[in-house]
Design a protein around this ligand. Structure first.
Ligand SMILES: C[S@@+](CC[C@H](N)C(=O)[O-])C[C@H]1O[C@@H](n2cnc3c(N)ncnc32)[C@H](O)[C@@H]1O
Length: 223
């Protein structure tokens, strides 16, 4: 019989990996990340954004790009709320998992693209959602990626997602993109900012590996 590691828990006879998702994200082990995050609820930034859109009724189907969609926790919510979605990720496992989700029944409103943050060409959209994905863009491509995001969002449309801060533990990893608050504010100048929550806290996995989180949670409306 397989020994239970400190990262595994048995529930109803099923052994589950309880390693925090950040441990996988630290090393870009996206297959491991998707395994532990599968089925998690949509991000609060997306839910807040959808609430803001719901106060501005429209008689047409709105269109979102979910950039770095992973296994589709946000894409599934957008589809459930009647949106058309173009889901983009750089890892095929995320898109495969999204295709096989059974918590939405709207494949006809979903398109998917395997593409990198550094190169993807973005279609015009009402919402550009990038939950916890932009810090993984290579630093020398970040500004160009952000400019493509700004260009893609229609006037009156929104951006929702996260910038990672300069005091986050991952800021010392050379291929990550992290910013000060004033840099984040400068990036957001084409938008009216509707939410800018700066979060700073310690996180730890069960074997004591710690991570300092410094994250800016953003919802913003294009001017
Ligand atoms: C931390 S996960 C976030 C996934 C999902 N949006 C969520 O909120 O859980 C980061 C995602 O970005 C994708 N990603 C990381 N680097 C990328 C890159 N350079 N190009 C495209 N996608 C990338 C990963 O495959 C992964 O799905």
């Amino acid at each position: 019989m397989k020994d239970m590691s400190e990262h595994e828990q048995k529930t109803d006879g099923v052994t589950r990996d309880t390693t925090p998702a950040f441990v996988y994200a630290t090393t870009r082990d996206w297959a491991g990340y998707f395994e532990v995050t599968q089925g998690r609820p949509p991000r609060d930034t997306l839910l807040h954004t959808l609430e803001l859109f719901s106060r501005e009724p429209s008689d047409r189907t709105r269109f979102a790009v979910d950039l770095g969609c992973g296994e589709g926790r946000d894409t599934a919510e957008l589809l459930r709320q009647g949106w058309k979605v173009h889901a983009v990720d750089g890892h095929p496992d995320g898109l495969t998992r999204l295709m096989h989700r059974d918590d939405h029944h709207a494949m006809e409103r979903l398109t998917m693209q395997l593409a990198s943050l550094e190169r993807v060409v973005l279609p015009e959209c009402d919402l550009l959602n990038a939950s916890f994905s932009m810090p993984f863009c290579a630093p020398d491509h970040y500004e160009a990626m952000w400019n493509r995001i700004v260009d893609a969002v229609k006037v009156g449309g929104r951006f929702s997602g996260q910038f990672f801060g300069d005091r986050d533990s991952w800021a010392s990893i050379p291929d990550r993109s992290h910013f000060t608050r004033s840099q984040v504010e400068a990036f957001l100048s084409p938008f009216d900012v509707e939410m800018l929550k700066e979060e700073e806290r310690e996180g730890q996995d069960c074997s004591g590996v710690s991570k300092h989180w410094h994250v800016f949670h953003i919802v913003a409306r294009k001017k």
